[in-house]
Design a protein around this ligand. Structure first.
Ligand code: NDP
Length: 448
């Protein structure tokens, strides 16, 4: 791991001590802190006002019981979380994750990342994240609805369009957002559209929200390639995952003339040398909620691999879009050997620190998640704008705004990295630019 500045090292050690066992949170904090030595050296007021210490401590952490009944009448008890991390720039904003692996450390790592990601979008939104260790897989619609209603019974009192605005993440798509919003509406007796994003189009949602994270990640790749005088046309690509982010990253890559040859879920990956059939992927994942292995039952030319990793597949562009730490140093070295020139994190923190270092040392353009996947939350903020003005924008207009936002984020990261003497280092560029925006607001707002 890269070293930490001597002024920052004790702060990091304190974070580890105060938050025991939360490995992903430590990893996310460390990655940001590794970029900040040069900033604190230049700006002594940050240390004086303990800005880094304050940013690492969530403003509020809520943990609650979520009891619910399955279709047989059996009672289950899950744990719900909402970590309201930082509201210097605006109301808390960040998704909800429903996955059995979720614990406080997951939510804190995601919430911490969200602070800087939201700052990079330039929109007035603070950072938060939430979720539960509930596993929606294999549950009926009724069971998911009862769980969401119980979850919202507690969460509602902490939300509000000017207070905290959740959205989806792993395991939380439009179905769950609908049940959550329905419960909130009933509890509060208000149609407060701007309290949650990722809504359906007929009840306050925004066109392009569904597509925005995946589309945005591909726009980010396009910008990184432009810097190298390259483009996406004819490129062979691999996109891990087969959820919301992966599906729409694949769609945009295909629209821009690239060929996506592999996708995956948590059980294995599919290789289709002719290019992934997107309609089939959507049918299996969005309509049938099935497994990606079913793809090869309907496409005989494709191959399903249930052992091994998707990064074995040679490609020029990789967009890891499943989950944290899904791409390690060995995977990165394999990708580099096979000719990969650009990687953008569609997921949050999918590349381990070892992998990031390998990519950077090899000169691979590496778009860190808080920049490359910020299109989702940016479009959520556009959804909030439409809700506030009782308006709904066209697909073309909304997508154009997303494209501009992603180009702006890319430029900000690129220029910030160059300004601080690390040209082409999007990790430092994103961390420093995001941090400075939040830090300046915190300084202005006083000791709160
Ligand atoms: P989905 O639930 O729609 O899809 C997740 C995909 O990742 C599925 O294919 C799932 O496979 C796979 N996956 C989940 N957990 C694991 C695991 N432990 N190991 C291997 N594969 C796994 O989620 P999203 O597409 O919304 O989110 C994907 C990533 O993108 C997450 O890191 C999320 O935080 C990030 N992100 C999402 C945004 C959004 O707008 N949705 C915005 C910004 C970032 P399986 O079905 O087998 O579990």
């Amino acid at each position: 791991m890269a070293g930490l500045d001597e002024r920052i090292e004790p702060i990091y050690r304190d974070v580890v001590k105060r938050n025991p066992g939360e490995d992903e949170f430590h990893q996310a904090v460390r990655e940001v802190m590794e970029s900040l030595g040069i900033v604190v050296a230049k700006r002594p007021e940050l240390a004086e006002h303990k800005i880094i210490e304050r940013i690492c401590e969530p403003e509020r952490q809520i943990i609650f019981r979520v009891p619910w009944q399955d279709d047989n009448g059996d009672v289950h008890v899950n744990r719900g979380f909402r970590v309201q991390f930082n509201s210097a720039l605006g109301p808390y904003k960040g998704g909800l994750r429903f996955h059995p692996s979720v614990y406080l450390g997951t939510i804190k790592f995601l919430g911490f990342e969200q602070i800087f990601k939201n700052a990079l979008t330039g929109m007035p939104i603070g950072g938060a994240k939430g979720g539960s260790d509930f596993n929606p897989r294999g549950r009926s619609d009724d069971e998911v609805m009862r769980f969401c209603q119980s979850f919202m019974t507690e969460l509602a009192r902490h939300l509000g369009e000017y207070r905290d605005v959740p959205a989806g993440d792993i395991g939380v798509g439009q179905r769950e957002i609908g049940y959550l919003f329905g419960a909130y509406k009933r509890i509060t007796n208000q149609y407060e559209s701007g309290v949650i994003t990722g809504k359906g189009l007929s009840w306050g949602g925004s066109l392009v929200r569904k597509e925005s994270t995946g589309f945005g990640a591909v726009y980010f790749v396009r910008e990184m390639l432009k810097i190298r005088n390259e483009d996406l046309e004819g490129r062979t690509c691999v996109v891990s995952g087969s959820g919301n982010v992966a599906i729409y990253a694949t769609e945009k890559l295909q629209q821009l003339g690239a060929k996506v040859v592999a996708c995956s879920d948590s059980e294995g990956y599919v290789y289709d040398e002719h290019g992934i059939d997107l309609n089939l992927m959507k049918q299996i994942k969005e309509v049938e909620r099935g497994r990606i292995s079913e793809y090869v039952e309907r496409r005989t030319n494709a191959r399903y691999v249930d052992e091994g990793v998707i990064w074995d597949v040679p490609c020029e562009v990789a967009i890891p879009s499943a989950t944290q730490n899904e791409l390690n140093g060995n995977d990165a070295r394999k990708l580099i050997k096979n000719g990969c020139i650009a990687v953008a994190e569609g997921a949050n923190m999918p590349a381990t620190p070892d992998a990031v270092r390998a990519f950077q040392e090899a000169g691979v353009s590496f778009g860190v998640g808080k920049a490359a996947n910020a299109g989702g939350v940016a479009t959520s903020a556009l959804e909030m704008q439409q809700n506030a003005s009782r308006d709904s924008w066209s697909f073309e207009y909304t997508e154009e705004r997303l494209e501009h936002i992603m180009a702006d984020i890319h430029r900000l990261c690129y220029e910030t990295a160059a300004e601080y003497g690390f040209p082409g280092d999007y990790v430092r560029g994103a961390n420093i630019a995001g941090f400075e925006r939040v830090a300046d607001a915190m300084l202005a707002l006083g000791l709160v």
